[in-house]
Design a protein around this ligand. Structure first.
Ligand code: FMN
Length: 313
């Protein structure tokens, strides 16, 4: 008998656990020359804001050991243009599209959630909370449990769509931010966004990217992300989606064993845009080989005897 690949994240059912990550596949259709979107579990679209953004000036990307830095600056066409120009085409697919969105104030998040929440093409909304809150001195929403609660609660009240909160690895206590999002009504948590990082060209004595600081993604991020998925899955009852350096089936399986019900693939798409197919095939083979009838039955199945030690050095 075949392996059941479908996974359920609250009220959202994915045909399989492999999704594309926000910012790495545009508004979905950009991937069409490489991928049949209907064969994927879902697609997270580029982060949207009410006003849109032209992004940062170049250079905006730098390849580094084990990954890359990016400071695109959340370039996007804005919610209204997305709804008018992109969403109608997305309605014709059989995959789950998730709109990623952000703001710089609670009201901006709320407005975006309200507007995107009316769009039938979208299976869920994913809040990017790794953004500075300009009303609170520029501190990232995602680093402070009280801010996470406030912005999630506001968006919860603005839409009936399933609401996913994408956590920042930059929080001192990520289990606390995860619980704050759950308490405020989040339906699922995505772990994690990029890690702030820097690279310098020593000959020129210049920063590699114009913004100086960029987000680290790719293989270097994976062990951090797996640890966070594990901690968050233990701390909450809502489903967790794993993300950070997934490039192979073995990477995806680490996240699933740590407690993720689905994974998202980002940076690896720039190397091989068709890698989601191999990842999915590998997950299926693994389940068959190890006697798991479904992906759901594998979630959180790392052999987990003793409680996690407090000090790890
Ligand atoms: C070029 C680029 C653009 C991104 N844009 C967004 C975005 O708009 N919103 C968001 O929540 N995450 C964004 N991310 C973060 C990814 O969705 C993902 O969380 C991160 O890259 C880690 O996964 P990966 O190692 O598989 O790339 C972006 C990442 C990259 C590399």
């Amino acid at each position: 008998m075949g392996v059941d690949l479908a996974v359920t994240l609250g009220s959202v059912r994915l045909n399989n656990p492999v999704m594309l990550a926000s910012g790495c596949c545009g508004y979905g259709m950009d991937m069409e020359p490489h991928l049949d979107l209907n064969r994927l579990g879902g697609v997270c679209l580029k982060g949207l804001s009410m006003a849109g953004s032209e992004g940062n000036k170049p250079p905006r990307i730098w390849e580094t050991q084990g990954g890359m830095l990016n400071a695109i600056g959340l370039q996007n066409i804005g919610v209204s243009r997305f709804l008018a120009e992109k969403a109608p085409k997305l309605r014709t697919y059989g995959t789950a599209f998730v709109a990623n969105f952000y703001g710089h104030t609670v009201d901006q998040y709320m407005e975006a959630a309200r507007a995107l929440g009316e769009e039938p093409a979208l299976a869920a909304l994913e809040m990017n909370i790794s953004c500075p809150n300009i009303q609170e001195g520029g501190i990232q929403f995602g680093t402070d449990p009280a801010s996470v609660y406030k912005v999630t609660k506001a968006c919860r009240g603005a839409t009936k769509k399933p609401l996913w909160v994408k956590l920042s690895p930059n929080a001192a206590d990520v289990a606390a931010t995860a619980k704050a999002a759950q308490d405020a009504g989040a339906d699922a948590l995505t772990c994690i966004n990029t890690m702030p990082a820097m690279a310098i060209d020593v000959e020129r004595r210049e920063f590699r990217i114009s913004n100086k600081v960029g987000g680290l993604s790719g293989p270097a991020l994976k062990p951090i992300a797996v640890r966070i998925v594990y901690q968050v899955a233990k701390a909450v009852t809502i489903p967790v989606v794993g993300i950070g350096g997934v490039a192979t089936a073995a990477d995806a399986l680490e996240f699933i064993l740590a407690g993720a019900k689905a994974v998202q693939v980002g940076t690896a798409l720039f190397v091989d845009p068709q890698c989601p197919y191999a990842i999915l095939r590998g997950i299926e083979d693994y389940c068959a080989r190890h006697g798991f009838p479904s992906v759901e039955s594998l979630v959180g199945q790392v052999k987990d005897g003793a409680p996690m030690p407090k000090c790890h050095e």
